[in-house]
Design a protein around this ligand. Structure first.
Ligand code: ARG
Length: 496
């Protein structure tokens, strides 16, 4: 048995079986948190020395060894010992190996792996959440730039996947920018709960050493501490919240994927995907498949699964630390990677795709999709109750349909309306039934009219700028904390 692991087994007479070692190891899951583990160690040791809990000379040795561990990790020379249970024991063993037991053995004073693993997870997660947010902002920008160019370009709007009313491409694109705003908002809120320090909660009950939890929180760039030690150790709701936000984001991305898939079919024919974001068939030479959108739709199930897995894991756990918690990161990091890939793939697919304006116009005006405008006109000009105007318009549609005609046949439409005592000029009728005009008429708040879409574009752009600024501030806070830790490590006086 390795020495370091042996240290945890003082009360045992025998070694842990090989199978059990493999079963319980979290090294594979946690190795991406080693830089955070080292930072957490640095903050902890600085605090211990400042509070006189360990001697300055020991702290200096430990800090030097941690510095070496960091360098070695960056050079890929930090070899993980699989015999040790986790990355925390690995970092401690690395330090102890370098400076000996007398100093190295003090690193774990007033701390537990229970608060340590949570510190690492929160530090790592906050950085990963920022990456996801940045990806969302990119996609949002793509939508806004599509929208800017297309506030007048009509396309079919659907309900029940049946042509409903004409909308503009700008209106469609801003809908997604607006949806993504809420995804950003959810992640921002999740971030607030992530960025709190559990360090110093120790095993579950705090400690009898006079530690300074606020100092370690500041050194690690946390916005606050989670005061209640039992809560800090027992809770994983910050991960559930993050996975919840990711699951909702995926659901939105999956719906976008579905639209890209549908719109690029020959049947819809309103979207041409680029070669870069499509694949061919091994047998059918003519095929051009929207695989990236399909994969994004498919990966959504994985994210839902991750959320469900954690909810199920936690549902019957008593307060305090439970080893079941180790499972919380297994799907978390993979989920974040997948969501980032989905966002990149969809951004690429969308920004290189071409919307086919002629076909969009054809569908926007077809299938009597401006009938609602005709009904509205009858309410406004003929002072009919809407129910009545709906009935008359439906009869007009019915007769046109039976004659295999549509609104394009203005004369016939006019004749049918006359039968219902409605007199309307051809010019006026054309104006009303023309999809470009119909979208212009919808001027209510948040409607598809070019004016409203232009206004919403401005608001959405401002929101994106705010989100970017918020991220910049967070990163600045993190960098400041890193610098403060480094400054304290360098300056001996800080330890007094
Ligand atoms: N690998 C453990 C985890 O992920 C670290 C904490 C271990 N704590 C303990 N009491 N065994 O949760």
């Amino acid at each position: 048995m390795s020495k370091a692991l042996n240290k945890l087994r003082g009360r045992f007479s025998g070694d842990m079986g090989e199978m059990m070692k493999e079963f319980s190891s979290s090294i594979d899951i946690d190795k991406e948190m080693i830089p955070e583990d080292i930072w957490g160690n640095q903050a902890h040791v600085l605090m211990l020395a400042k509070k006189g809990i360990i001697e300055k000379k020991d702290a200096k040795k430990i800090l030097k060894a941690l510095e070496k561990a960091k360098e070695d990790f960056l050079k890929g020379k930090f070899m993980l010992n699989e015999e040790l249970e986790d990355v925390h024991m690995n970092v401690e063993a690395y330090v102890t190996e370098l400076i000996g037991e007398d100093a190295g053995g003090k690193i774990h004073t007033a701390r537990s792996r229970n608060d340590q693993v949570l510190t690492d997870t929160r530090l790592h997660l906050r950085a990963r959440v920022i990456e996801v947010e940045e990806h969302i902002i990119h996609l949002q920008k793509t939508f806004v730039s599509i929208a800017k160019k297309s506030t007048e370009k009509v396309m079919p709007g659907y309900t029940h996947t049946q042509q409903a009313q004409p909308i503009t491409l700008g209106f469609w694109a801003t809908a997604y920018a607006s949806i993504l705003n809420r995804d950003l908002e959810r992640l921002r809120k999740a971030y607030e709960n992530i960025n709190r320090s559990p360090l110093g909660a120790c095993a579950l009950a705090g400690t009898s050493f006079a530690i300074d939890r606020r100092l370690t929180a500041r050194l690690l760039g946390f916005d606050d501490v989670i005061e209640h030690s039992l809560d800090a150790i027992s809770s994983r709701d910050f991960i559930i919240e993050t996975l919840g936000a990711l699951a909702i984001l995926s659901s939105n991305l999956s719906r976008l994927s579905e639209e890209l898939i549908l719109f690029s079919t020959n049947e819809f024919g309103i979207l041409e995907l680029s070669d870069e974001y499509t694949t061919g068939s091994s047998i059918m030479p003519q095929k051009k498949n929207p695989d990236f959108a399909e994969l994004s739709r498919g990966m959504t199930g994985y994210i839902y699964g991750a959320l469900m897995q954690l909810l199920v894991t936690l549902k019957a756990l008593p307060l305090g630390y439970n080893r079941d918690f180790q499972e919380d990161r297994v799907l978390l990091w993979k989920s974040i990677n997948r969501v980032k890939m989905m966002l990149s793939a969809l951004n690429g697919t969308l920004s290189t795709a071409k919307f086919k304006e002629e076909r969009m116009r054809e569908l926007a005006g077809g299938n009597y999709s401006t009938a609602t405008e005709l009904a509205n006109y009858l309410v406004r000009e003929e002072k009919l109750p809407f129910r009545k105007s709906h009935e008359i318009t439906a009869k007009v549609v019915k007769e046109l349909y039976c004659k295999k005609k549509d609104f394009e046949d203005l004369k016939l439409t006019k004749n049918i309306l006359e039968k219902h005592d409605i007199d309307i000029s051809l010019k006026e009728l054309k104006n009303l039934l023309d999809p470009e005009n119909a979208v212009r008429l919808n001027h209510s708040l948040g409607s598809t009219s070019p004016k409203e879409v232009e206004r919403m574009i401005k608001e959405l752009t401002a929101n994106t700028i705010d989100a970017k600024e918020e991220i910049r501030k967070r990163q600045e806070r993190i960098n400041k904390a890193k610098k403060l830790t480094e400054k304290m490590i360098k300056s001996e006086k800080c330890l007094d």
